[in-house]
Design a protein around this ligand. Structure first.
Ligand SMILES: N[C@@H](CCC(=O)N[C@@H](CS)C(=O)NCC(=O)O)C(=O)O
Length: 204
């Protein structure tokens, strides 16, 4: 499988953490990309009309996107007994993955608002509204989702949450998300030691 990737993308990181966890990383050929909502990468657009990464090309040429579809495909390449989507918790774990992704979505919108939009068009209410989504999502990871997050190994929901927290540390260095969420902070410190997380440490 070929994977359009970006080393700072938390969605692409989910795919590669999954690959390392399932020991199928050697079956993925990484293709570089240069994506942005205002300067699209035509090679990516050819595969995924949204122009977003990650997106993949299967050995038979079929396209695959987005990250939640690709992680399931990559998971299917590994041994069934080690799946990160255990059948008896499938929808719970998919929902937790969606929660992690929704926090990333808000992070990206905040980042685009500050780093891409012309300064005179900056909209503080928009930024604050997205930041409120980030905070309520993190509160849910610390609270009502914490048992799901930490039970049953490093499953797809846990991988999404870990990639989300990694992105916060990469791009929102002045955001102190840890002091009011001590359990989440301790869990993240622990899972960050995994080889899959170390090998995919974000850059850029
Ligand atoms: N729902 C998508 C989101 C992917 C996404 O937004 N990726 C960002 C990079 S982190 C991107 O490609 N942005 C470029 C754009 O919005 O055009 C997924 O889960 O893969």
């Amino acid at each position: 499988m070929k994977l359009f990737h970006s080393p700072a993308s938390p969605y692409a990181r989910k795919v590669m953490v999954t690959a390392w966890e399932r020991d199928v990383q050697a079956s993925i050929e990484i293709l570089g990309s240069s994506v942005s909502p205002v300067a699209r990468d035509e090679a990516v657009v050819t595969v995924n009309s949204s122009g977003k990464v990650p997106c993949a090309i299967l050995p038979d040429g079929a396209p695959l996107f987005d990250s939640r579809v690709i992680t399931q495909y990559v998971d299917s390449l590994g041994k069934p007994e080690g799946t990160i989507y255990p059948a008896d918790r499938r929808f719970e774990i998919l929902t937790l993955e969606a929660l992690g992704d929704s926090i990333i979505d808000a992070c990206l919108l905040c980042r685009y608002e500050k780093s891409m939009r012309p300064k005179e068009l900056y909209w503080a209410d928009w930024y604050n509204g997205q930041m409120a989504k980030i905070d309520s999502g993190l509160d849910d990871l610390e609270g009502k989702w914490f048992a799901s997050l930490t039970t049953g190994g490093f499953h797809a929901g846990a991988i999404a949450a870990a990639c989300t927290l990694g992105y916060l540390d990469l791009r929102f260095t002045d955001k102190d998300w840890r002091s009011t969420r001590p359990k989440l902070a301790a869990w993240f410190a622990q899972v960050s030691e995994r080889k899959s997380m170390q090998e995919t440490f974000p850059k850029g």
